[in-house]
Every structure is written in structure tokens, then in C-alpha cells.
Design a protein around this ligand. Structure first.
Ligand code: APR
Length: 240
């Protein structure tokens, strides 16, 4: 069914959340037992308030995440999505993930709604550095300002140019495929609705039910993303 929908669509967009990277070894946020927000309170470690009032805890949390991303790598599913883009089967990926794994796997049109943890920048002068500053526990800029990951923190606006590009792609797509998101965080979770409202087919691949399953034309809960992508890729290759 998913292979059929991809083959039929002239403009397909994939939308990924943290569930796309759990098979790379990175925890997601809301899975029971393993999700990050089960161990940490996002407002205390991933918000502008945390950056200004709890900076030591902020540094500890993000250094841990930077180290985690450096220890992991894209899995076969990321590479399959990059192959589908090269073959013109999909036209881009809108991602909430900050691990940079879509780009690392070769995807060209990766729209990082929540920024990236691969870079840090100075709160004062804006200078950009690699995230190894955090692994080396260098949390301050030569200018004296605080260095912070170039991710969107709770309480911050999403990057405007990326956001409008994602809207443009969603408005013209015929197929919108959600991979591994609980679809609970706005405004990112508005994209599946926008796609559906303009007439696209909506597919949701997620281990747990999401609040948007009722709008979807196809929902897959029983298989992991990696399995769905490799099976679908096989069907597309066999022309089935
Ligand atoms: N296959 C299929 N589904 C999976 C897999 C997998 N291998 N691994 C996890 N999932 C599902 C989980 O069941 C969960 O519902 O992926 C979903 C991930 O949801 P969240 O943890 O809420 O992650 P996400 O939706 O990306 O969170 C959105 O919240 O904290 C903020 O900025 C953060 O970008 C993040 C945003």
C-alpha cells in the first residue's frame, strides 16, 4: 500500500520525528520508559529559561545529547530516504530531529524545523562553532558570551525560512508520510493537517497511536520504521 502511494504521487514529502532515530540508538522523548522527557523535565533543561537560570544543568543536558549524537549514526532507513529523494520518489524531508542524520545520509532537501545540535552559537555575538565545543566542555565564546546548541528551545520561534519552505512543500504535496512522531508539539504537528486539508494522502508510521491517526489514509503501528522502509523499498525496486 505505501509503495503504491509513493509510486502514484508526483510530490511526496516525508515528516520525521525522534522515532526515526531510535533505531540509530538515540532515545526519543515520549516513549514510555525510554523517552528523554521521562528522565528530564524539558522546561528545566531545554527552554530559554533553563539557558538563563539553570545554565549548568542546561550545559550538562546538551553535552550529554551532543555526545549521544556523536556516538550514533544514521541507520538504513535514513539511507533509504536519501535514495528515494535521488530517484525522485520523494521531494524532501521535514524533520523535527536535530541530529542531522538525514543530511549525513545524503538527503539534500532536509528542512530542520527545530534546528541542529551539530552546531553551537554564541548568545552574545552569534558566532557559530562545531558541537565539539560542548564535548570539550568549552561553554563560552572567546567574546565571553554563552555558547548554546543551534536548536529551537521551548519558548523560541522556529527558523522562519525553514518553516515557510516546509509550508510551501506541504501545500503542494500529494503524499505526506509521517515517520516516528507523537505529533504532540506545535507548530510542527500542524503540517500533517495542512497536507490533509489541501488534499494530500496522509500516512502515519508510528509505534504508538497519535492524535492525528483519525485523519490518516494509512496508519502503521505494528512495524518499526526501519522495517517499513526496507520492505517498501524492496517493493519499489521490484516494481510491485
Ligand atoms: N518505529 C516506529 N515508531 C517509533 C520508533 C520506531 N523505531 N521509535 C519510536 N517511535 C515512536 C514512539 O512511539 C513515539 O510515539 O516515535 C514517536 C516519537 O515521539 P516523541 O518522542 O514525542 O518525539 P517527537 O514527536 O519527535 O517530539 C517532537 O518534541 O521535545 C520536543 O523538540 C522536541 O522535536 C521534538 C518534539
Amino acid at each position: 500500500m505505501l509503495a503504491e502511494l509513493i509510486r502514484k504521487s508526483k510530490h511526496a514529502i516525508v515528516f520525521t520525528g525522534a522515532g526515526m532515530s531510535t533505531e540509530s540508538g538515540l532515545p526519543d522523548f515520549r516513549s514510555a520508559n525510554s523517552g528523554l522527557w521521562g528522565q528530564e523535565n524539558p522546561s528545566e533543561v531545554a527552554s530559554t529559561e533553563a539557558l538563563n537560570k539553570n545554565v549548568e544543568q542546561f550545559f550538562r543536558f546538551y553535552r550529554h545529547r551532543v555526545l549521544g549524537v556523536q556516538d550514533c549514526m544514521p541507520h538504513a532507513g535514513h539511507f533509504i530516504l536519501a535514495e528515494w529523494e535521488r530517484k525522485g520518489l520523494i521531494q524532501g524531508i521535514i524533520t523535527q530531529n536535530v541530529d542531522g542524520f538525514h543530511t549525513e545520509a545524503g538527503t539534500i532537501n532536509s528542512m530542520e524545523l527545530h534546528g541542529t545540535i551539530q552546531r553551537v552559537h554564541c548568545q552574545t555575538c552569534g558566532k557559530v562553532f562545531g558541537s565539539n565545543r560542548y564535548t570539550e566542555e568549552q561553554f563560552y565564546c572567546p567574546c565571553g558570551g554563552t555558547l548554546r546548541p543551534s536548536v529551537v528551545l521551548f519558548g523560541e520561534m522556529l527558523p522562519e525560512d525553514t518553516f515557510s519552505k516546509a509550508i510551501e512543500e506541504t501545500e503542494k504535496c500529494e503524499l505526506f508520510i509521517v515517520l516516528g512522531s507523537s505529533l504532540t508539539v506545535s507548530p510542527a504537528n500542524q503540517f500533517p493537517l495542512l497536507a490533509k486539508e489541501q488534499g494530500a494522502k496522509l500516512v502515519i508510521v508510528n509505534r504508538e497511536p497519535t492524535i492525528m491517526d483519525g485523519y490518516a489514509d494509512l496508519v502503521i503501528h505494528e512495524k518499526n520504521i526501519g522495517e517499513v522502509l526496507s520492505e517498501t523499498n524492496q517493493k519499489l525496486r521490484n516494481g510491485l
